[in-house]
Design a protein around this ligand. Structure first.
Ligand code: 13P
Ligand code: SF4
Length: 304
């Protein structure tokens, strides 16, 4: 039954010239039918080069907006229109304009987890995998990093030569884990390496053997000679890794590391979107797109 639905999606996407992009927080059955499954940086790069006329994004809204910015002539569908990212909604354009007035000599670096509207007043975007590299190349010592205070703190620690101003936004899913919980899980699995996403609190990343994006964590675990790992990011990554490396053991940092926004998208949503009977079409006025895409293009320029 599951395999039949997957086969129908694969047949339909070929007939209808559809590319399916899936964030790595999607479940295994969605990644299996996708043309590409990866972290938010890799999705942006793929979105730029996908040859199909329609893209179905299985992820959250800002990811679908990024595809639309980079491919305005394509039809872009968010597989489930209820999939937002609470962090992306935390700060609006007016707030950032006020902060910019206060710090006029700062370069505004926006985590890609922001709305298209907010990106129109930022200078460059970053993702969790590209943030350190990009911030190190910015030709200004002063960086205003929005909205994730945890990722911003992590990046600022790697680049002590820069002067960072941070605002207090962040991911409600990653930020709820504290050092006490992390220490308990480490004590329960003393042989395991601890791999953590930089959206976690600094007290948690301080305990990590590796800090990186969703793809970074997966690559590290696959290549490592170690046999056990505690995964400090959304629990879909635990599932993917267990499929990829059946001879290794993966433990979730917490059963609460579940992003309910990523979880709303089902295989049935993907089928309906590919069939042309579902999903939400992303639209954007050209003025917003042109202003917002500048910082995405800059990210790809620096990041590549
Ligand atoms: P990645 O950049 O690692 O894909 O992370 C995106 C995200 O939303 C993590 O919560
Ligand atoms: Fe947004 Fe956090 Fe979910 Fe990532 S895990 S999509 S940052 S709410």
């Amino acid at each position: 039954m599951l395999k039949d639905l997957q086969q129908s999606i694969v047949d339909l996407k070929r007939q209808r010239d559809v590319c399916i992009l899936a964030h790595s927080y999607m479940p295994e059955e969605i990644c299996e039918v996708a043309d590409f499954c990866g972290d938010s940086y890799a999705l942006s790069v793929k979105a730029k080069t996908a040859p199909q006329s329609t893209v179905v994004m299985c992820g959250v809204r800002f990811m679908a907006e990024t595809v639309k910015m980079l491919s305005p002539d394509k039809k872009v569908l968010l597989a489930n229109g209820d999939a937002g990212c609470p962090m992306a909604e935390q700060m609006d354009k007016e707030l950032i304009l006020q902060v910019k007035e206060k710090y006029p000599d700062y370069t505004v670096v926006a985590y890609i987890n922001t709305t298209a509207e907010l990106k129109t007043v930022c200078d460059v975007c970053v993702t969790s995998s590209s943030a350190v590299k990009i911030c190190s190349q910015i030709d200004n010592k002063n960086i205003l990093f929005i909205p994730d205070i945890n990722l911003g703190t992590y990046v600022s620690k790697q680049l002590p030569e820069k002067n960072f101003k941070l605002l207090s936004g962040g991911c409600p899913t990653h930020a709820k884990i504290n050092a006490g919980e992390a220490q308990k899980v480490k004590a329960a699995h003393p042989e395991a390496l601890f791999l953590v996403h930089p959206e976690c609190k600094p007290e948690v990343t301080a305990l990590a053997d590796y800090v990186g994006s969703t793809t970074g964590i997966m690559d590290y675990a696959e290549k490592s000679p170690a046999k056990e790992f505690i995964i400090g990011t959304e629990n879909a990554i635990v599932q993917h890794l267990q499929f990829k490396c059946p001879d290794k053991k993966f433990y979730p940092l917490s059963k609460d590391l579940v992003c309910h926004n990523m979880k709303v998208t089902t295989l049935a949503d993907v089928y309906n979107a590919v069939a042309g009977n579902g999903g939400e079409e992303i639209t954007m006025d050209e003025q917003t797109r042109l202003a917002a895409v500048k910082c995405i293009n800059k990210m790809i320029e620096y990041g590549g």
